[in-house]
Design a protein around this ligand. Structure first.
Ligand SMILES: NC(=O)c1ccc[n+]([C@@H]2O[C@H](COP(=O)([O-])OP(=O)(O)OC[C@H]3O[C@@H](n4cnc5c(N)ncnc54)[C@H](OP(=O)(O)O)[C@@H]3O)[C@@H](O)[C@H]2O)c1
Length: 425
């Protein structure tokens, strides 16, 4: 596909939603309408026009010309409308979720049209379905379908790629194991994220295959490595000596860990067939940190238990959890931050007693929305401009295998940063 034979570089599908609105704001702020050819898309033209007007009004510094921002309409279940959207653009960003409910026709449209695609899906069972249905066709026509371009799974996945490339450059070998320690200050969830979680629990309670997939640490691996041994996500409290911290289970490990394994597999196992990746929430040192980790472990277990019971799930969804279109307020988004510290260990002929390399991925906004809008927006810009460094030409991919290190360059100066150093050799 030539990137220049399309009307737009990027179409943002779902611009009227909570996260879609943040991505629109981010693109308008960073690129205006002069440095990027992009359009807003959704199912309701009036609401799209309202988003466009608010972008033009609130961006007095950026060059946002409301007339230059086209509005495209369609419906997640109307294949013709999605085909028409996919044919006009080099890249589609989708923030219309739950993806298992709303996402499949759009991915099919993008693969058919040879249009690159990126989203925020953390729905492992749906990603597996897209891999099974579209990976081969997308590989053959060079289309990059890249799931997980937000907080799940860019820090874990591109962070691990970054750490490994630093290890190779400085120590001359890759790490055999990488462990991620996640710290989040503040933050909250939107209605769409909650809907996606609730729907995943619902599908798991009704469908044994979904349950099996969600428990499979290699759920996203290609067929060759699908059955290979791999660690399950951490379930209880643990103390990590290398990172010197107490840890609790991290709810997104169930997504991020299989994504990192798929990256290693798609890249041709550069980090080895026995490479291990795991992540957890970091709570720090001392008795208080141990108690916090225990509290988090119990709390997450209780929430998962509650969401597994149909009537409790319905009650929580109806009366407690945020509605579609709702999400954290601006103060929460701007006052929150995250850090993912990745610790890689390995040994080689030159370093027989071992070496340790660390990377830190930081975001100065909340992880799920403020920082996610930047990661997703810049993923799309990389795809649109061919700023990709990967031996993989196309397919249903991960951020590391579908885009790679150029995403880090694009994110420079946006508030999402990557650093790496050798700490012990
Ligand atoms: N991985 C991450 O880091 C991360 C972070 C944030 C969000 N997410 C995911 O992003 C997704 C969106 O979350 P959100 O909170 O932004 O959701 P939201 O506010 O509810 O927005 C959903 C969007 O979907 C649109 N939509 C619904 N039905 C449609 C249909 N039939 N055809 C076309 N469009 C339709 C809505 O359009 P209307 O406005 O017209 O209703 C809206 O634009 C969720 O799956 C969530 O899990 C992931």
């Amino acid at each position: 596909m030539s990137d220049h034979d399309r009307e737009y570089e990027i179409v943002l599908w779902g611009a009227t939603g909570f996260t879609g609105g943040l991505v629109a704001e981010y693109l308008a702020d960073r690129y205006g309408t002069t440095d990027l050819d992009w359009a807003l898309a959704g199912r309701d033209e009036r609401r799209l026009a309202a988003v466009r007007d608010s972008l033009a009004d609130s961006n007095s510094d950026a060059d946002v010309d409301a007339d230059a921002l086209d509005l495209l309409t369609g419906d997640a279940f109307d294949q013709d409308s999605l085909d028409a959207i996919a044919e006009q653009t080099a890249v589609v960003i989708s923030t219309v979720g739950p993806y298992a409910r709303f996402g499949s026709h759009l991915v099919a449209a993008c693969v058919d049209a040879g249009t690159h695609y990126c989203d925020l899906s953390g729905e492992v069972h749906w990603m597996r379905e897209m891999i099974d249905e579209h990976h081969d066709a997308a590989r053959e026509n060079g289309t990059r379908i890249v799931h997980g371009c937000g907080f799940d799974s860019v820090p874990s996945d591109v962070g691990t790629l970054f750490l490994q490339s630093h290890a190779e450059e400085t120590v001359g070998a890759y790490c055999d194991e990488v462990r991620g320690f996640v710290s989040i200050r503040g933050g909250s969830f939107s209605g769409g994220t909650i809907a996606s979680m609730v729907e995943m629990y619902e599908m798991a309670s009704e469908d044994r295959e979904v349950r099996r997939l969600l428990a499979d640490p290699r759920a996203l691996d290609p067929p060759e490595s699908r059955g290979a041994p791999a660690d399950r996500p951490q379930r209880g409290v643990a103390y990590d000596r290398d990172a010197d911290t107490w840890t609790a289970p991290f709810v997104m490990a169930q997504i991020n860990e299989p994504v990192v394994r798929r990256s290693n597999a798609l890249l041709g196992h550069p980090w080895g067939h026995t490479f291990r990746y795991g992540e957890s929430l970091r709570t720090g040192q001392g008795v208080k940190a141990a108690a916090t980790a225990a509290g988090l472990a119990v709390g997450q277990g209780l929430l998962a238990g509650a969401l597994s019971v149909g009537p409790v799930r319905e009650l929580l969804d109806r009366y407690v959890l945020p509605e579609a279109g709702e999400g954290p307020d601006r103060e929460t988004i701007e006052g929150s931050s995250f850090e993912v510290r990745l610790v890689g260990t390995g040994a080689s002929d030159d370093h027989p007693s071992g070496f340790t390399v660390e990377a830190r991925v930081r975001g100065d906004r909340d992880p799920g929305y403020g920082s996610t809008a930047r990661m997703l927006g810049e993923s799309a810009v990389c795809l649109a401009r061919g700023e990709v460094d990967s031996p993989v030409e196309g397919g249903v991919l991960t951020p590391a295998s579908g885009i790679g290190l150029p995403l880090i360059d694009r994110l420079e100066g946006t508030g999402v940063s990557f650093e790496a150093e050798v700490v012990d050799d």
